[in-house]
Design a protein. Structure first.
Length: 159
């Protein structure tokens, strides 16, 4: 039996914009279904928002997203206290975020191209470049508030 995991990101009204941006970075096929597509009356404010969104890349990349409906408490994130900025100090990552997205590739060139695209409008936490544990590593919080770790797989030898 095989299992896969896919990150499911929750947005507050801009899931379509985020999915389109991630598609421009990673490529793949975008599926975006609205609440209205599932029968919500079009005059309701959430009808055009995403209830099921997904990107499936030919290379195996996948991500899901949706908009939290207003009637379910779209302001809950603000009321619960949002995570706050992630930062690096003295080689440590300091954060209150519950998760990061991690993308690992085989070459600094390929991962560097993703970095350039994801960094548009982002806050860079750690510049992309050589790291003690990997040929290249970088960390940023994108324009949608999602923190990404990008790195290049290191070759390990049994020792």
């Amino acid at each position: 039996m095989a299992f896969t995991t896919t990150a499911h990101l929750n947005f507050r009204g801009n899931a379509r914009e985020a999915l389109e941006f991630y598609q421009s970075v990673f490529g793949g096929r975008l599926t975006a279904v609205t609440y209205g597509d599932f029968g919500m009356p079009q005059e309701l404010p959430d009808a055009s928002k995403i209830v099921f969104g997904r990107i499936d890349g030919a290379d195996g990349f996948g991500i899901m997203a949706y908009d939290i409906p207003a009637q379910a408490g779209a302001q809950a994130g603000a009321q619960a206290g949002q995570a706050g900025p992630t930062r690096r100090e003295n080689g440590m990552t300091l954060t209150r975020e519950p998760f990061f997205m991690s993308v690992r590739g085989q070459s600094a060139e390929d991962v560097g191209e993703l970095w350039k695209k994801l960094s548009v409008g982002a806050t860079v936490v750690e510049d992309f470049g050589p790291a003690q544990w990997a040929p290249a590593f970088g960390m940023l919080t994108d324009q949608f508030g999602v923190t990404w770790i990008l790195d290049v797989a290191a070759e390990y030898t049994a020792g």
